[in-house]
Design a binder for this molecule. Structure first.
Ligand SMILES: Cc1cc2nc3c(=O)[nH]c(=O)nc-3n(C[C@H](O)[C@H](O)[C@H](O)COP(=O)(O)OP(=O)(O)OC[C@H]3O[C@@H](n4cnc5c(N)ncnc54)[C@H](O)[C@@H]3O)c2cc1C
Length: 423
């Protein structure tokens, strides 16, 4: 097999590209900057606790993908019943369908504003902020998703457009809202009815079958690309030549590596927005700390937007008799980011105040930073990313994956990008 195809990045998109090309008898070499493969599907271990790089479940709709991801290990299937923490109250998800624990006055405010919500044709709605007011009414919009948007996206809801929302947000009807304000609803309203997770080895195990036999070179950070001479330069001083180049690198990163980029492409790149984020990972010396697979937090003095439990995803993620949590804290890429210790201390202190755990339960604490988490859907995104993608295309660089296509892709969608290349 000729081997002149180079893939940059060993996340799910890069592994998928390598795997699907191999199925077509096309060899490739994958170069990865980190010391391990998997990208955002990867994990790390501390004292027998395994933590993924953010929450991660699989809800791939394609049956062949499901079989491939399950591999020899098999998957747990969880029914998603996340929770919501709001000013001392725990509400089932979605919060508007489960108002029962709230004080009467607050339920009245939510329901009255839901009934009197602004009426507008969805097609005419321009911003996510307006979309939220039209779907949920002002009180709920302002107290729940507006606050969560600030914490998860690092911007105001009014600064986002709406195409990305799709199935991600549930729109209730009045009967559901009323029923949920009197009693606990047992119906699962989540956009996926089951969330799959490998029984062993962390989320990355979904790639075990695909990565077998692939040529993955680790600790190979690309620093420069010359499309004219078809050369790649690495931080360790080595160089490789390619005939075909597939990149899963974030658009703002690859643009910095190219010579003589036109001004309009640089300007478009500078207008791309994304979030970066911390993972605060905590291990406990008792089995019963985690009560929910994950929960959202709406209080703004608590930096963490969402907290999930690795050991509830799979008991294989924690030593016997122990449990674990990982909190996710996000910021806009252009914001001033608080220090590691500030975020770690706030997360630990606030989770204790929420009575999630007591100081003597905690045996492992860790904080890590991811420079790229989510693509932010500001109104200019579609036009600007197209300018960048057209430019890469003109250089013969095939850009795929969440940050390579600059899209809100779940893992199976980043995987599909790699599959499409080999068709
Ligand atoms: C908070 C959060 C929660 C998520 N939850 C889910 C979920 O529950 N389910 C789901 O399906 N999806 C989820 N996702 C999305 C999922 O993580 C992504 O769709 C997927 O992992 C993207 O894969 P990728 O290969 O495109 O990118 P990445 O995983 O980022 O891979 C890119 C690779 O390129 C490498 N790289 C970067 N720069 C260089 C360089 N200069 N030289 C060499 N290598 C380099 C990186 O180290 C990385 O390994 C979540 C994402 C986030 C942020």
């Amino acid at each position: 097999m000729p081997n002149n195809t180079i893939i940059l990045g060993a996340g799910i998109a890069g592994i998928s590209a390598g795997y699907h090309l191999k199925q077509k008898e096309i060899a490739s070499t994958i170069y990865e900057k980190d010391s391990d493969w998997g990208g955002l599907c990867g994990f790390f271990e501390i004292d027998g606790f395994r933590f993924d790089r953010f929450v991660h479940f699989s809800f791939a709709p394609d049956e062949n993908d499901q079989k491939l991801f399950a591999g020899q290990i098999g998957m747990y299937e969880h029914i998603p019943f996340p929770s919501n923490y709001y000013h001392g109250y725990w509400l089932r998800h979605p919060a508007q369908n489960n108002l029962a624990p709230l004080p009467a006055e607050e339920k009245v405010s939510v329901i009255a504003d839901f009934v009197n919500r602004p009426q507008k044709d969805v097609a005419e709605i321009k911003s996510y902020g307006e979309w939220l007011r039209v779907q949920y009414g002002n009180y709920f919009a302002e107290h729940f998703p507006f606050v969560y948007t600030r914490k998860y996206w690092g911007v105001e809801a009014s600064e986002l457009e709406t195409k990305w929302v799709s199935v991600r947000m549930y729109t209730p009807d009045i009967k559901q809202v009323l029923r949920g304000s009197y009693t606990t609803q047992n119906e699962c309203f989540y956009f996926a009815q089951t969330m799959k997770y490998p029984k062993q080895g962390g989320f990355r195990s979904i790639l075990n079958t695909c990565r077998e036999g692939l040529d993955i070179r680790l600790n190979k950070k690309v620093i420069k690309i010359s499309p004219q001479t078809k050369e790649i330069y690495f931080a360790d001083g080595t160089t490789e030549t390619y005939e075909r180049l597939i990149s899963t690198l974030p658009l703002p990163e690859i643009i910095k590596m190219l010579p003589d980029v036109p001004q309009d492409v640089i300007a478009a790149t500078n207008e791309l927005h994304w979030t970066c984020g911390y993972q605060v990972s905590l291990g406990f010396n008792r089995p019963d700390i985690a009560k929910y697979l994950w929960f959202y937090i709406y209080d703004e003095d608590i930096l963490s937007a969402r907290v999930y439990s690795p050991n509830l995803k799979s008991p294989d993620n924690a030593p016997e008799g122990c449990s674990s949590l990982q909190a996710e804290i996000f910021f806009d890429c252009k914001a001033t980011i608080p220090s590691d210790s500030e975020v770690l201390n706030n997360t630990i202190q606030k989770l204790q105040e929420m009575k999630v755990f007591a100081p003597e339960d905690l045996i492992v604490k860790d904080i890590r930073f991811e420079p790229y988490a989510n693509i932010t859907f500001v109104p200019s995104i579609y036009e600007k990313r197209q300018i960048v993608l057209d430019y890469l295309n003109s250089l013969g660089i095939e850009s795929i994956g969440r940050f390579g296509k600059w899209d809100y892709k779940w893992t199976h969608q980043a995987f599909a990008d790699g599959k499409e290349l080999a068709v």
